[in-house]
Design a protein around this ligand. Sequence first.
Ligand code: IMP
Length: 343
Amino acid sequence: MFQETIKESLSFDDVLLRPQYSEISSRSEVKILQELEGCGRFSLPIISSPMDTITEASMAIAMSDHGGLGIIHRYNTIEKQVDMAMCVMQCQCTTAAAIGVSDDFVDRATALYDAGVRLLCIDVAHGHHSKVRYAIEVLRKTFGSSVHIMAGNVATLEAFNDLADWGADSIRVGIGGGSICSTRIQTGHGVPTFQSILECSNSNRDVALIADGGIRTSGDIVKAYAAGADFVMLGSLLSGTIESPGESFLGEDGSKYKTYRGMASKEAQRSWRGRFASVEGVSHFVPLKGRVEEVLSELEIGIRSGLSYTGAKNIPQLQAKARFIRQTNSGQIESSTHIRGRQ
Ligand code: IMP
C-alpha cells in the first residue's frame, strides 16, 4: 500500500462563513432560484430524498408547491411507483423518480418514462461503480437527452468527473454522512459531506452538484451552497412531517411520532426485499413536525438571511464571495446556543 500524508477532511461544524459587507436591505432581495438541466427553474433549490419514509406523491407535490423537487422512492412495485408519479403529474410539476441498477431497472425506467417522468435518479449507495456506468449508458441510449439523469452517490472528485463523463446531468455528493446512516461504522468508508462538496466543486464538468446527507440546519444548507452545491437533498429535516409517508403513532410520553429509516436499515431491507444483508442504516422514531411547508418556509428564511450575511444576492454570488474559516472545538461550543439554566 502506498499512503500519502493523510488528508484532513472537514465537516459542516468545522467551518463558518466570514460575515462580509452587505448592501442587502431585505431578505426578499435575495433570489435563490437554481436551474436543473431540462427540468426548469426551482425557486427553492431543495430536493426531498428518494426514501420510503420521505418521498411519495404527497411529499413530491408539497415540495413542488414550495418551489423545490421531490424524488419518488423506488422501494415498491413498478405499478405503485408509476401510480405515485401519475398523482404528482397532475400538479404540473417536474416529476422525478428513483431507479436502481439491477434486475428490473430498464422496465422500471421505461414504465416511469412512459408515464411522463422526465427526471430519473439512479439511486445507489456507491455510485462510482461499473453498474452505474452501465445504467447511465442504457438510459441515454434509450431516452436520449429527453430525460434528466441524476446519479450517485459519490464522495470524491474522480467519481464526480467519471459520472459526469458517463452522461449524468446531476450528481448526488455525500457518502456516509446521512443522519440514519451507519456506512462509516459498518464499512470504514466515507468522506465528510462538506469536504466532498468542496472537492467535487473543483470539477470543470458542467453538471449540477446535489449535496446529500448530514444537512441538519439552514446554516448547513448555506455552507453547502457556498462550498459549491447547486441543490441540497434532505432526509431528516423533512422526516416526521405530515406529507412524509407512513402513519403517525402515539409514543409512551403522549407525543406523536413517525418512523424515519435508512434504506439500508434492517427494517427497511426487510420490508422491501424480505431479508437483510449488509446493514448500513438505522430506523428511528421522530416527533411529528406538522406540514412540510412550515419546515421549508423556516429553512428558506434562514437561507436568505445566510446569503445576506455574505452580501450575496443569489447562490452564484455566494459561491464567488464566500470565505470559510476553521473553528476550534471551543468555537463550536460558542456557535451552538450555550445559555445555562432552564427554558
Ligand atoms: P439526512 O438528510 O442526513 O437524513 O440524509 C439523507 C441521505 O442519507 C439520503 O438522501 C441518502 O443519500 C442517505 N441514506 C439513506 N438511507 C441510507 C442508509 O440506510 N444508509 C446510508 N445512507 C443512507
